[in-house]
Design a protein around this ligand. Structure first.
Ligand code: GLA
Length: 387
């Protein structure tokens, strides 16, 4: 990979002198969905697939970007003096957003750059290709210009840029999972105060399998911000009775006692998901610690049901993948992962059942939906690094 991208960089920008090579992973969330902007827990992990980048400083203020994933777009040019979101800038709004965000935090990027990216995360799949680009950009800026920021800062700056520059009100999960990733570990993160623990993922004779629905989803045009708004409105109603700062502070019992203060039935279901999903996440991590992978799988399944019925972010494609997965013997658990409305599912599948899983879920999906799903057996990898 290193030689290929360096060569491509030289083809595009004339030579590769002084260029450095970097990598940032994608992520998959095992459980704890739509809890991160509700002050709840999440349990994601970084993957060994992600975004490769080649970068070098320029003498002037020009920014030049090229992606091997969008070759037709060619080199997209911009400048440090033009850091505002622009639909014509396409995917470069992500790195530009991070450069802008560094400036907002008092770290003005002093010179332009030539950048080439090549990702092996399926785009728009819900494995956080955009957060991967954001964290990668932050990592590059730190390395090239010597800014003093921790990996956790890179996550927060990435989220800030996504919220303020790219207009998606996302939580901290994706950028945190990517910036803080650790091989063979998932991150048990409390989004209320960003305290976290690494939990080893020891799946005896089983693997994590991602099924990509190939239904494209851009967070910006999804109902993501709407769901967030519904939760905020439900919280405001609950706060009339309870002294809480977020839905994540409520136990299930407290929620049941006070849910009457939420006037709409829809908002009540949204809040119920946030509260119960948070609890499921805590229980799931406990189950893993007790080596009870079966219990972990049951909680994954329950998470999907709640996302389907109460939070309503699944849709026919994701439901088909998950419901077909549940029928296959050797599937320990299966659920949608990420924002939903398309994207991927995550399943824990026994080694001997993986081929059968891919064949049966793949066939049923094609028959019902009319096009193929893609399957990836993934591994948990480290956070961003220089290669
Ligand atoms: C997207 C967002 C995250 C999180 C998930 C849902 O991936 O970027 O912050 O809210 O959706 O759990």
């Amino acid at each position: 990979m290193k030689e290929v991208i360096l060569q491509r960089f030289a083809d595009i920008y004339g030579d590769a002198q002084g260029a450095q090579i970097y990598f940032a992973p994608g992520r998959v969330n095992l459980i704890g969905e739509h809890t991160d902007y509700n002050g709840g827990h999440v349990f994601p992990c970084a993957l060994t697939i992600g975004t490769y980048g080649v970068a070098r400083k320029r003498q002037d203020r020009k920014l030049r970007f090229y992606s091997m994933n969008f070759e037709k777009l060619g080199v997209l040019e911009s400048s440090l003096d033009e850091l505002s979101p622009d639909p014509r800038a396409d995917w470069t709004n992500y790195p530009k957003g991070v450069i802008w965000a560094f400036g907002e935090k008092g770290m003005k990027v002093p010179t332009g750059m030539d950048i080439l990216l090549n990702g092996n995360i399926p785009n728009g799949s819900g494995l956080s290709s955009s957060a991967s680009v954001e964290v990668l950009t932050g990592f590059i800026l730190r390395d090239l210009f010597g800014f003093e920021v921790t990996n956790q800062d890179l996550a927060l700056i990435g989220q800030y840029s996504e919220n303020r520059f790219n207009g998606v009100n996302c939580g901290i999960m994706d950028q945190f999972a990517i910036a803080m990733g650790r091989e063979e570990h998932a991150i048990f993160l409390d989004t209320a105060d960003l305290s976290y623990e690494y939990a080893p993922i020891r799946l005896k004779n089983a693997k994590i399998v991602i099924a990509c629905s190939n239904k494209k989803r851009g967070l910006g045009d999804s109902k993501y911000n709407e769901r967030r708004g519904e939760c905020e409105a439900a919280l405001a109603e609950l706060q009339k009775e309870c002294e809480i700062k977020s839905l994540g502070e409520l136990t299930e019992e407290e929620f049941e006692k006070h849910k009457g203060s939420i006037e709409s039935e829809v908002r009540r279901r949204r809040a119920k998901h946030a509260v119960y999903e948070n609890r499921r996440t805590v229980l799931a991590v406990q189950a893993l610690q007790d080596n009870d992978v079966a219990a972990f799988g049951q909680l994954m399944n329950a998470s999907h049901v709640s996302l389907r019925d109460d939070y309503e972010v699944t849709g026919m494609e994701l439901d088909t993948l998950v419901e077909e997965a549940w029928k296959v013997e050797g599937v320990i658990g299966s659920r949608m992962t990420g924002a939903g409305f398309g994207g991927c599912t995550v399943s824990i599948v026994k080694d001997e059942a993986i081929d059968d899983f891919i064949a049966r879920v793949g066939d049923a999906y094609r028959e019902k939906i009319g096009y193929n799903a893609d399957f990836y057996v993934v591994e948990i990898g480290d956070g961003p690094r220089k290669l």
